[in-house]
Design a protein around this ligand. Structure first.
Ligand code: CMP
Length: 183
């Protein structure tokens, strides 16, 4: 099984509950490494862009409102079979269905305010990592991501697209803070 990367988000409900550390412990205990991380607050456009695949779903507006309601913690996880492993420790989307001991079983309140997000495939992981940590519009690497050593045996996938933390047009410093994602 190859070394993979996946995107993890600790959602506004869990950040508000002050349980970032408890969730990080579950991630680390599963053998996954946190290789990049940033706290940010999504604006409405960024939340809509990130969850674009759910645009037609009845819960879309509410999901966007929730995801932009407060700070989130965004991290890239790396390890053996990271995509499936992280989904396993998150538990089912609906915390009522989540297996005992999973993050959502222990910390989530509802199917919407469900504490964490994780990429559902290797292809989506690459796209979602690119969304937050990828190249900016000029093609420069995000400063934040450049600081980390990449594994030699990382499994390949699609390149990500845009970068919420890259330089923006206003001040040239797009890292952290309030994400104004442009599409
Ligand atoms: P996530 O894994 O981030 O992917 C999409 C999100 O939409 C999901 O977690 C939930 O937060 C939310 N979601 C999924 N299904 C429902 C639903 N039936 N009602 C409300 N929110 C939902």
């Amino acid at each position: 099984m190859a070394i993979q990367r996946t995107l993890s988000i600790i959602k506004p409900d869990a950040v508000q509950k002050n349980i970032i550390g408890k969730i990080y412990t579950k991630i680390e205990d599963a053998g996954l490494k946190i290789v990049a991380a940033a706290m940010a607050q999504l604006d409405q456009a960024s939340a809509e862009a990130f969850y674009d695949v759910h645009r037609k779903r009845p819960f879309f507006r509410s999901l966007v409102k929730f995801m932009s309601s407060g700070p989130i913690m965004i991290q890239v996880l790396e390890g053996e079979n990271a995509v499936a492993k992280y989904r396993e420790i998150m538990g089912a989307t609906d915390p009522k269905q989540a297996a005992p001991g999973t993050i959502r079983a222990e910390f989530a309140d509802s199917i919407e305010e469900n504490a964490v997000h994780g990429s559902d495939s290797l292809e989506n992981a690459e796209a979602e990592i690119g969304f937050f940590f990828g190249d900016d519009e000029e093609g420069d690497d995000s400063e934040m991501f450049e600081e980390f050593e990449y594994s030699d045996d990382l499994e390949d996938g699609e390149e990500g697209e845009d970068d919420v933390f890259g330089d923006d047009e206003d001040d040239g410093h797009g890292h952290g803070g309030h994400c104004g994602h442009k599409h």
